[in-house]
Design a protein around this ligand. Structure first.
Ligand code: ADP
Ligand code: MG
Length: 181
């Protein structure tokens, strides 16, 4: 359903639920960039490194299956590299858009960590980009899956992800590796 403003949405909900309406979750629908009419979103796989800093270790682009709102692979979605997905939408500007999204992911990781009482070493962000190059974060997963690393072009990043777990564990335990990067 589409509504021109918040009040008309509330009128519909109150007419339908009346006084019973207490809790209801509504999200603004984001018009994601599309390829062949299917929305694209991105998984940014974040790790803390040996210097206790956040870094973007792997990025997978996910294309929704036809007629599906979400990009989950089990609903017919498919996996691409971010370069493949962004060049279709933004051409020569795609590198710049990707860099901005990486910076945003690091800022969001720091913000979440600073407001979270427990240790965090890894985050999987579900990120969308719209036609106006605006970046939206849908979900932050603290125990992210590793399915993006099965893409042939993301194997190296998959290995780096495992290395980051070791490196950051070494940092936490007070040991240091000689050649950290
Ligand atoms: N408000 C929204 N507007 C547009 N697309 C959305 C919105 N919320 C979620 N999505 C799409 O659906 C996907 C799955 O949503 P998400 O919040 O990550 O739930 P899940 O727990 O199922 O992974 C997102 O990655 C995004 O592509
Ligand atoms: Mg998700």
């Amino acid at each position: 359903m589409k509504f021109p403003n918040f009040n008309s949405l509330m009128r519909m909900l109150q007419a339908k639920h009346g006084a019973k309406l207490k809790n209801y979750v509504v999200q603004q629908g984001i018009r994601l960039i599309e390829i062949d009419g299917c929305p694209i979103d991105f998984r940014f796989h974040m790790h803390k490194n040996s210097k206790n800093r956040w870094s973007v270790v792997g990025i997978g682009a996910k294309k929704a299956g036809r007629g599906s709102v979400t990009t989950h692979i089990k609903n017919g979605g498919s996996l691409m590299t971010p370069e493949q997905a962004l060049s279709r939408a933004f051409g020569s500007k795609s590198r710049e858009v990707l860099e901005r999204a990486k910076e945003a992911s690091i800022a969001m990781s720091e913000a979440i960590e600073n407001h979270h009482p427990h240790l965090l070493g890894e985050i999987g962000f579900d990120i969308g980009i719209d036609d106006n190059e605006r970046i939206w974060m849908f979900e932050a997963n603290s125990k992210p899956g590793r399915s993006i690393f099965s893409h042939p072009s993301l194997r190296v990043e998959g290995r780096s992800s495992v290395e980051h777990i070791f490196d950051h564990s070494m940092y936490l335990s007070g040991f240091h590796r000689g050649n950290d990067s």
